[in-house]
Design a protein. Structure first.
Length: 160
């Protein structure tokens, strides 16, 4: 698995765009809260570490990962953001519900990226087990929230 070869929390701050004046939105799913809060905390800490002002980090919550594209779209329309991070966690259960939610969420976020000028970063863990989600939200593999925050900075700086 690719994640076993990389720590999701590692990044080189010196090669990033100046993030001081960037405004970053974080749309966070309330489903699997123990995982999504870890992802949010990792993203927020990384943004602050690279110089994004606390007042320029805006959090909105949505009920679940399926609602992330709609939450991100509303956030895009609400203010001038430089990037938005969609944070969620879907853990496989006994039914095909997992496949539908993951597919719809990924498709919705992709559609926002091709139809809008503001990048929307996909920070949705789609794991088979809770242990896998824990390993990627601050555990042995680092924190995908950090990786997504750095991707937001990089995408916001594209063409700047």
């Amino acid at each position: 698995m690719a994640t076993s070869l990389k720590n999701l929390s590692e990044f080189d701050a010196e090669n990033l765009t100046d993030a001081t004046n960037l405004k970053i939105g974080l749309v966070v799913s309330e489903w699997n809260t123990n995982i999504t809060e870890n992802l949010y905390n990792g993203a927020k800490a990384a943004l602050e570490e690279v110089g994004v002002k606390k007042s320029n980090i805006v959090r909105w919550s949505v009920p679940g990962s399926f609602e992330l594209p709609a939450g991100c779209r509303r956030m895009l329309k609400s203010d001038n953001f430089d990037a938005i991070v969609a944070i969620g966690s879907v853990i496989r259960g006994e039914t095909s519900h997992f496949d539908f939610v993951c597919s719809a969420t990924a498709q919705g976020i992709m559609e926002l990226n091709v139809s809008q000028d503001v990048p929307v970063i996909f920070c949705v863990l789609t794991d088979d087990t809770l242990a896998q989600a824990e390993a990627r939200s601050g555990g042995v593999h680092g924190n995908k929230g950090v990786e997504a925050a750095i991707a937001a900075i990089k995408m916001a700086g594209l063409g700047a």
